[in-house]
Design a protein around this ligand. Structure first.
Ligand SMILES: [Zn+2]
Length: 389
């Protein structure tokens, strides 16, 4: 890959700047020769009244904006590899899309600035490395450079590496904050639409259902001209989960719904009964991990480990141990009631507290409470044999 260093003024850079409000993207610069946000780039994220303002303040103070990297597609066609957030901020400012505060605390848009300040911005110089290489060289490099500003996250990198029609269509569906279906998806998916978290989720679900990693799936579908499979699978999972669980508590967000769908969708559930059970478990103070409730219910209420049911505290264990052990010694039997009931050599064994575990006499799942009245100490082998409950 060949790189050449060049200097541009802001005036040159933002000549012909177009900002697309709908897609949240800066589109062109350098009199139309520069594509600011090629499809593999993330959306514009600096429009927060802080980072965009900081870019303009830097120019007014004469601070450098740092290096920019352009990919030379042809002699007269370039794409921004690094610097699109900064260029878009400048372009939006000079087209009066946002205001800064001047030294007297007054809001100023570009048009309302004094002539000398306008000139200062427009004549500021920007340092650009032009990179010339094959697509894979550019993308490999793009993946490894330490990009200034906001580092690319995993999915943004994958979008860059596997850019093409499939990623473009997938982003239009899953990375588009104007897509009204997000209001339904938000019950199940966690994260930020613009930072590709919905796309990442949709891809991971469909990939996992085929035993693939997300990057393998993206590589296989890179040049597809549709995203039917991705869309249908994602919607199937969402429809299934919404059908089984009528109420949508916040703990549902971000669970592995793809895996849950694969594991449980062939079983039938009565949504009213499911709703009652979920409500009961939400009200149960012993359930410490509410996000485990959904899989617990799907799995037929057997795996209590999912709920991290409250355990007996040390004071309770110690008190029960002492009482059980005193009683056992006076009767000459084991202090583990299961051992004492047996007929082998262990029936008289006095276990040390460290070799015993606290057990619910009546299982929590059958209404047993986690208090001293429902606590018994069992030797570890017997407690394990009694199993998970
Ligand atoms: Zn025992």
């Amino acid at each position: 890959m060949k790189t050449t260093l060049r200097t541009y003024t802001v005036r040159e850079m933002v000549d012909g700047f177009v900002y697309n409000e709908l897609e949240g993207k800066g589109l062109f610069g350098l009199s139309g020769k520069l594509a600011i946000q090629p499809e593999y780039q993330r959306n514009y994220l600096y429009a927060d009244g802080k980072r965009d303002v900081a870019v303009i303040d830097s120019l007014l103070k004469g601070y450098p904006l740092g290096l920019f990297y352009f990919n030379d597609v042809t002699k007269d066609k370039h794409e921004v590899l690094d610097g699109q957030q900064r260029i878009t901020s400048v372009g939006r400012f000079i087209t009066d899309k946002f205001a800064i505060l001047d030294e007297n605390g007054h809001r100023q848009i570009f048009s309302s600035l004094t002539a000398d300040k306008k000139a200062k911005i427009m004549e500021s110089e920007l340092l650009v490395y032009h990179c010339n290489g094959t697509e894979s060289e550019i993308k490999e490099w793009f993946k490894t450079i330490n990009i200034a500003g906001i580092p690319l996250n995993e999915q943004e990198l994958l979008n860059a590496i596997y850019s093409g029609p499939f990623v473009t269509l997938a982003k239009a569906e899953f990375s588009n904050s104007f897509n009204h279906r997000i209001q339904k998806w938000v019950d199940f998916v966690k994260g930020n639409v613009k930072r590709q978290d919905y796309l990442a989720t949709a891809l991971s679900w469909v990939a996992q259902s085929k035993g693939l990693e997300t990057d393998q799936y993206m590589a296989a579908h890179r040049f597809d001209d549709n995203i039917n499979e991705l869309k249908i699978y994602f919607n199937t999972v969402i429809e299934w989960a919404s059908g089984v669980f009528r109420s949508k508590p916040p703990e549902m967000q971000g669970l592995e719904w793809g895996r849950l769908y694969e594991t449980y969708h062939k079983q039938s559930y009565n949504p009213s009964k499911v709703e009652e059970t979920v409500e009961r478990l939400y009200d149960d103070d012993y359930v410490r991990r509410r996000s485990g409730i959904f899989e617990y219910v799907l799995g037929g209420e057997t795996d209590t480990r999912l709920l991290e049911v409250r355990v007996f505290d040390n004071a309770t264990k110690k008190a029960v141990y002492e009482q059980q052990t005193d009683e056992a010694k006076s009767k000459g039997v084991s202090n583990c009631p299961y051992c004492a009931a047996g007929h082998d050599a262990g029936k008289n064994k006095i276990w040390a507290i460290k070799d015993m575990d606290a057990d619910h006499v009546t299982a929590w799942s059958k209404g047993g409470t986690t208090d001293i009245k429902n606590c018994q100490m069992l030797c570890k082998p017997h407690n394990q044999a009694k199993g998970n409950k």
